[in-house]
Design a protein around this ligand. Structure first.
Ligand SMILES: Cc1cc2nc3c(=O)[nH]c(=O)nc-3n(C[C@H](O)[C@H](O)[C@H](O)COP(=O)(O)OP(=O)(O)OC[C@H]3O[C@@H](n4cnc5c(N)ncnc54)[C@H](O)[C@@H]3O)c2cc1C
Length: 289
């Protein structure tokens, strides 16, 4: 049996050094994916780097109107932040669909992103919201769009020694609203068959001036569907625009058949869920305009 060393660095550079020294090393945030993968033998890292002790990595703060969510912040803490909840309810709700209360007391959205499951719930909501993440590594820091982090199931664009330090969300634009919905066979504690996130901006006359639509569980990674957003921009979200948006998401989806749903069913439900999530985001945008 191989041994596993547990590290609890105090600083970002210490964490980067530990990660850079061992290609098998893994970051431990909430551990709700990592520990299961280690126990099942799917992965066998020689070193685990717990990032929860690093100053500034737990909690939500506001910097120049943007929300900065530390990479070790549990999902339940997002719900407790009234400013974040009011600005980006879709993101907070998506994070709080993950698992159970016990799971969410540990699980982080950074872990959800870096675990790179195609069905990760927080990811389509973050992509729709235009979130980015700050990544630290041996060459310094860089900012990446959330849609650029996962490159396939269980695979990311993080380079050796890099880890996500925080997630960044801009202030909610005037007339902005977001939402996330997922389809699961059970009422909770299940993996999405389809997930859809939407973020819209409506002008005072009801014209949609910005729209981002993202999908989960229908491709090897969560997808941003620019054609779906483009179908809504410049319209009052009338039936023709919504049909064009639904057609765009259906054509972007390339799901697999599995025990949770056949590909044809998933494609059909992608359009249904996208229309519902746009209606939710629209209602929020109108209420907060
Ligand atoms: C019972 C149960 C139910 C679940 N239900 C859901 C669900 O409904 N929806 C859903 O989306 N997920 C679900 N999950 C999966 C899991 O809870 C989430 O993916 C969670 O967000 C992972 O976060 P974490 O902090 O626990 O990550 P960890 O387990 O700590 O890490 C996950 C992976 O990401 C890497 N990582 C973590 N943080 C960073 C970082 N900052 N930088 C670089 N790499 C990092 C780790 O090395 C590891 O490879 C469930 C899990 C369980 C056990």
């Amino acid at each position: 049996m191989s041994s596993l060393a547990y590290h609890r660095p105090d600083t970002i550079p210490q964490a980067v050094s530990l990660l850079a020294a061992d290609p098998s090393a893994r970051v431990l945030a909430g551990g709700t994916d990592l520990l299961i993968q280690i126990r099942s033998g799917r992965i066998a890292p020689a070193n685990v780097i717990d990032i929860k002790r690093i100053r500034g990595l737990i909690g939500v703060r506001v910097e120049r109107d943007a929300f900065i969510i530390g990479a070790a912040t549990p999902c339940t803490a997002l719900k407790a932040d009234s400013g974040l909840m009011s600005a980006w309810p879709g993101v907070v709700e998506a994070a709080n669909l993950i698992g159970s209360v016990q799971v969410r007391n540990r699980a982080t959205i950074a872990g959800n992103i870096c675990n790179a499951s195609p069905a990760a719930d927080a990811v389509p909501a973050l992509i729709a919201a235009g979130a980015t993440c700050r990544i630290a590594g041996p060459d310094g820091e860089r900012i990446a769009a959330i849609e650029d982090v996962a490159t396939g199931p269980g695979r990311t664009s993080l380079k050796p020694g890099e880890f996500v330090v925080d997630i960044r969300l801009a202030a909610r634009p005037a007339g902005g609203g977001d939402a996330y919905l997922r389809l699961i066979p059970r009422t909770e504690m299940d993996i999405a068959v389809v997930g859809a996130g939407a973020a819209l901006v409506l002008a005072a006359d009801g014209i949609c001036t910005a729209a981002r639509i993202a999908l989960g569980a229908v491709a090897p990674t969560a997808l941003l569907v620019p054609a779906a957003g483009a179908a809504l921009i410049g319209t009052k979200l009338d039936a023709a625009a919504l049909d064009a948006m639904a057609a765009a998401v259906r054509s972007a989806a390339r799901p697999i058949d599995d025990k949770r749903g056949q590909a044809a069913y998933r494609i059909e439900m992608t359009g249904v869920l996208a229309k519902r999530v746009v209606a939710m985001a629209r209602q929020r945008a109108e209420e907060r305009a």
